[in-house]
Ligand binder design. Sequence first.
Ligand SMILES: [Zn+2]
Length: 265
Amino acid sequence: MKSPLLPISILSIYKNSLGDRLPLPARMAQCTPDTQTAIFNIATDLASKGGKLILSDLFRSYDMQSQSHNDYVSGKKKAFSPPPGGSFHEAGRAFDIDLSSIKIALQDFWEVAASHGMLPIIAKPKAGASESWHFDCRGSHQLVYQYYADKKGTNFKPYTAAAASGILSIGVPVNAFCTNQTQAAIQSCVIRLGKEIGNIDGQLGRKSQQALEDLGVAFNSGNVSDMLLQVENLVQQQFTDEFKIPSLTSNNFITPPKNTSKAKA
Ligand SMILES: [Zn+2]
C-alpha cells in the first residue's frame, strides 16, 4: 500500500477574532504515521520543558506547494519555497514551527526533534535564519538521501531525491517523472530496500529489472502497477512505523500539550 496520511489535531499560529489559537486547518493537518508519532512525542517533551509546539505548516498538496512557490517567485512570500516535487511538506513529512513558542534555545529544540527523528534543514541552529523553523521526518527516504549523497544516483540533489521519493510514496505525482510515475515509485521502493539501480528516472532498465528479480518480484513491464504493489508491500514489511494506522478505537487526535487553552470553535 501507499504510505498513508493521517489527520492530526494540533495548535497553529492561526487565531480567531478573539485571539484564541486555532487548530491547524484540516487541509494542512495531515501527515504520515511516523511523522504523527514524532509530532506527538516532540510536543510532549516540549511541554515538559515549558514550551509549546505550535505549527504554521505541515502537509501541502501539489496545488498548495505550487502556490507557495509562485508566492516566493513573485516576492509575496519571503521564505524560499521550491516548485512542487522537492519538498517534504508534499509528502506529509515536514513541519514549520512557531519559534517563539518553544521557550527553549533552538539548539536544544534540535536535540529534542532529532531524538524523535525530525531533522532541521539548515546547517546551524541560528534562530530566525531562513528555514530555521522547518523540520523533516525523512523516515526510510533518508536511505534515498544517502544513496544520492554517495553518488549512486546523480540526476537530483540528495535532498530533492529524498523528498521526491517521499512524495511518490503517498501516491502524489512528481513532474520530473512525466508519464512514468509508477516506474519511479518502484525505483524509490527498490532503493529503500537496499538495491543499487542508478538514477530514479522512471526508466526501468537492466539494473532495475535485476533488483526486482532479486527481491522476488517477477519483472513484467506490461503490469507496472502490480510490480509497484509488490515492492510497496516489501517496504511496508521493513518500515512498519510508516504504515501504522491507528485502530478505530484509538484516538486519532493529538491532544495539545497540557496547560494549553483550546481554541474556541
Ligand atoms: Zn517548511
